[in-house]
Design a protein around this ligand. Sequence first.
Ligand code: GLU
Length: 610
Amino acid sequence: MCGIVGAIAERNVVNILLEGLKRLEYRGYDSAGVALVDADQKLHRVRRIGKVQELQNALAESPLKGSIGIAHTRWATHGGVTDKNAHPHFSSEQIAVVHNGIIENYQSLREILRSDGYDFQSETDTETIAHTIHKEMKQAESLLDAVCKSVKQFHGAYGTVVMDKNDPETLVVARSGSPLVIGLGIGENFIASDQLALLPVTRRFIFLEEGDVAEITRTSVRILDKNGEEVERQIHDSEIEHDAGDKAGYRHYMLKEIYEQPIVVRNALQGRLNSEGLLPGIYGDDADMILQKVRHVQIVACGTSYHAGMTARYWLEQYANVSCNVEIASEFRYRKSFVHDNSLLITISQSGETADTLAALRLAKELGYMSSLTVCNVPGSSLVRESDLSFMTKAGAEIGVASTKAFTTQLTALLMLTLKLGQCNGMSKEQANAIVNALNTLPAKLEATLNLDKEIGQLAEEFADKHHALFLGRGDQYPIAMEGALKLKEISYIHAEAYASGELKHGPLALIDDEMPVIVVAPNNELLEKLKSNVEEVRARGGIMYVFADKDANFESDATMRVINIPHVDEIVAPIVYTLPLQLLSYYVAVIKGTDVDQPRNLAKSVTVE
Ligand code: GLU
C-alpha cells in the first residue's frame, strides 16, 4: 500500500532512503523505518510511529551510515500502529525485510516457524517473511535462492525487499500483487514501490512483473520470472515530467491539484481531439477493429474512479447507444457475473495498481470478455501493461490522497470514449459535434468555475461544526453528488451521504433538520423541474440547503437556501464542471477543521491490497 525504498551504492544511502520515503508520504501511512548494514557489517535499524520527520529527527540525533539499506512507510494491516510493528522486520539479527501487502497465510506460517524455534517480535504478517527466508538460508546457495524458495510458501500480495547482513553487496526483491520498480544508477542501483521515490537519483527504470524475483547489486540486476527463468526486462526512461515534490506555492497539494484541472484536462484533450473531432489512432493500432465490435461495456473500478465509471454509464447509454454496467471491483471479482456478447471491460484507476481492479481485469480475461481497456494515469503500471488497450489520463502525478484532477481527467477520457464508441455505433453528426464542442470549451469553463474559490471558502465556515451532510443530484449529477460526499468524508471526516434526489422521500427525508446541511447539484437540464420539487420537500421540513446551480436555473437565495451560481455550461460536460466547487468545498472545510488535508487519517493513495 505504502512505501518501499532500497538502495545499494558506494556512498552513504541514508539520505536517499529518507528522501524516497518523503516522496512517498502522500500515499498515507502510519509509521516509518529504515535499516542499514554499515562498513563493519553490522545491521542497524530505526523505526518510529508517525511521520517520516520523526524518523528523520531520530536519525539526526543518532546518525547511521551504510552503503546498503532498505526503508519503509507502513499502512498497518496486521497488528496495531506501534514502533515494534513498523518495518523493517528482522530475523535472527541477520535478515532484514520490508514488505507492502498482506501475507494471507501468515497464521499457519507463524505456527510452523514457532515450532522451528523462531520468536516473533511483532504482530505483523511481514515478520513471517523474514523468518521464512532465514530458515531457507540454511540450505540455500544464496539469498536469491532462499527468497525464491520462500515466496513459493506465501499466499497473498507482496512487494518485498530483503537484505542479508552477511552479504552486504546484494538486495533481493520479489513482487506479487504489489508494485516494485528498479531504478538504475551508475555504479549504484535502487528499488522502490513507485518511481516517484527515486527521481532525484535516476530516471531509468525497470518495472518488475508479477512473480518476478530480482537480485540487485551495485553494478548488476538479475531477474527471474514466475517460472524461475532468467529474463531481460525493458528499461524505461521516466515519463514523469514535473517534479511532484513541489507544491508550487499552494498551501496543500490538493489545492494545487484542484487548480491544475483546466491545464491537465487540456493536456488530456491535446493531440486527441481538435475542432473537427477525434484524431485517428488515439486508442492504438488495433483499437478501431475492437471498438467497432463493442455492444456492451462493463466498467470496474473503486472509490473515486467508480464514480467516474458511474457517470460514464449515463453518457454511454444516452449518447453512444451502448449498454453499460458499472461495478465496484471488490464485488465484481468475487461474484459470478454474466458476460454479454462483444463485451468490453473498462477498468479505471489513477495508479494502475489498485489491487481489486487488477484482479477484476485478470478475472475478466478468464471469463472471456472480448477485450479490455484501461483508463489510467500512470504509464507502465500493471493495468496498462495487462490491458489490451490503454488510454492515459495525463493528469500528472497526483499527490493528494483525495483524488481531484485524476477524477476530472478520467471523466474527460470517458467522454472522449463515449464519442468514439458512439461514432462506431451510428451517432448522428449533430450529437458528435455537440460533444466535440463541449469538450473543446471545457478547460475554459473549468477555469471560470475556479473563480468561485473565495465564495466557497466563506461557505465552508458553515459546515465546519456539522457532523453530517447530505448530497443530492439527479441523472449524471448523481455520481457527482456521490463524489462530493466522498471528498467531504475523506478529508474533513464529516459523515456525508449522497442520494439520487428522487430517493429522498424513500427514507433520507427522515434525517432532515437544521443540523443536516443539504448540498444540491443543479445544472440547468431536463431534470431541473423534478429537482426543484425535491428542494421544496427539503425546505418544507426545515432543512438548510446549499444549491450549486446554473445561473439560468432561477434558484433564489433566501433564509433556508444559499445559491452558488455556476457558469453556464453545456449539459454534456456539466458533471465535470460541477465537480470543482464540491472539491473546493471539502478542501476549505478540511482546512478550517485543521485536518491533514493531503494525507487524511487511515487512508492510503494507491490501494494495492484487497
Ligand atoms: N501487512 C504489513 C503490515 O501490516 C504491510 C503493510 C503495508 O503494506 O504497509 O505490517
